[in-house]
Design a binder for this molecule. Structure first.
Ligand code: TYD
Length: 141
């Protein structure tokens, strides 16, 4: 049975794990992934100390799994911020539209799988934090 845990600003879903001679994990649209997947990508071989992400999306929704190793995920909705560790292959964090996200503390073996609701379009990115804050309604950090 999959489980959903709320974080402060989003949620993490634990997708099913079938254990026999090994482990098999799977996800289905609607049951586990709240959008039709139009794209996926992997992130690997991250240089120590790297910070990835540092953007939000206007339209694209994503679900991010750290399928090997561990990372720290930071989410920011323009009003509040939170950080947590992702270190289990079955745990996916939902990245909604207008959710600033940063990934840090990559373990040397880390491998990320991201599924996305839309094809890659650079215009969908908000890469400037001040612009993000303005669009998200402003805040004082
Ligand atoms: P970016 O999304 O900024 O990576 P991260 O969030 O990990 O920091 O993408 C890095 C580069 O890769 C950028 O030049 C755009 C390109 N890219 C694509 O061409 N297609 C894709 O689906 C993705 C995710 C990135």
């Amino acid at each position: 049975m999959n489980q959903t845990r709320n974080t402060k600003l989003s949620y993490i879903i634990d997708i099913p794990v079938i254990v026999d001679e090994g482990k098999l994990m799977f996800a289905e649209i609607e049951k586990h992934i709240p959008f039709a997947i139009k794209r996926f990508y992997f992130i690997s071989d991250i240089i120590p100390g790297a910070i990835r992400g540092k953007h939000a999306h206007k339209k694209t929704k994503q679900m991010l799994f750290c399928i090997r190793g561990s990372i720290t995920m930071t989410l920011d909705n323009g009003k509040e911020r939170e950080s947590f560790k992702l270190d289990k292959p079955e745990s996916g964090v939902f990245l909604d539209t207008m959710m600033w996200h940063e990934m840090t503390d990559f373990s040397s073996d880390s491998l990320l799988l991201v599924v996305a609701s839309d094809p890659y379009v650079e215009e969908d990115y908000i890469r400037d934090y001040k612009t993000f804050i303005q669009l998200a309604g402003g805040k004082n950090i």
